[in-house]
Design a protein. Structure first.
Ligand SMILES: [Zn+2]
Length: 176
């Protein structure tokens, strides 16, 4: 599933991470116009629809080797999902987190970390239980919680974390 053929519009920008591994790219349908866009795991700024310029949800995966590039160097605040394949609550919280990423498109980036594949990150964040959720702002941890929660609660938690981190709530967040 990781081989993505060069479809129409795939311009294949490959500068940047030249560690021999191509940065993974996801395709995301624009909620505004329906256009399918290719969204890289790591990039400058935040992804926007190539057609209508609406912000796109940004969902990426990272591990020990690329967490810095994908999460800590992101220009948006990052919601980190430290999860494991054997964890039932993780499977429940995953779609809720993706919903939050869609609701907060252009404001946060969701980065999923499989702790069994990323032992250094699991140690660094002292993961005792999964899912452990973090909010990072330019690599600095501003919030943390353990356990699953429904999408609306997660969104509220993220909103409050970002407000506390930036000192003021964003009045433009009243999109419905
Ligand atoms: Zn669009």
């Amino acid at each position: 599933m990781s081989t993505s053929p060069e479809g129409p519009g795939g311009r294949g920008r490959r500068e940047g991470s030249t560690a021999g591994v191509e940065a993974p790219v996801r395709t995301v349908a624009c909620a505004n116009c329906g256009r399918t866009n290719r969204v890289p795991a790591a990039a400058e700024g935040s992804p926007r629809c190539g057609n209508c310029r609406a912000p796109l949800p940004w969902i990426a995966e990272a591990g020990d080797t690329d967490f810095g590039e994908v999460a800590e160097q992101a220009s948006l605040p990052v919601l980190v999902d430290l999860w494991a394949t054997w964890c039932g609550p993780c499977r429940m919280v995953s779609p809720a987190l993706e919903q939050v990423a869609k609701d907060l498109a252009g404001r946060i980036k969701l980065v999923k970390v499989d702790i069994d594949k990323s032992p250094a990150l699991a140690r660094r964040f002292e993961v005792q239980a999964v899912p452990t959720l973090l909010v990072l702002d330019h690599g600095r941890q501003v919030a943390r919680q353990t356990g699953a929660a429904p999408a609306h609660e997660l969104r509220k938690w993220v909103d409050e974390s970002l407000s506390a981190s930036h000192g003021a709530a964003d009045p433009a967040s009243g999109r419905h």
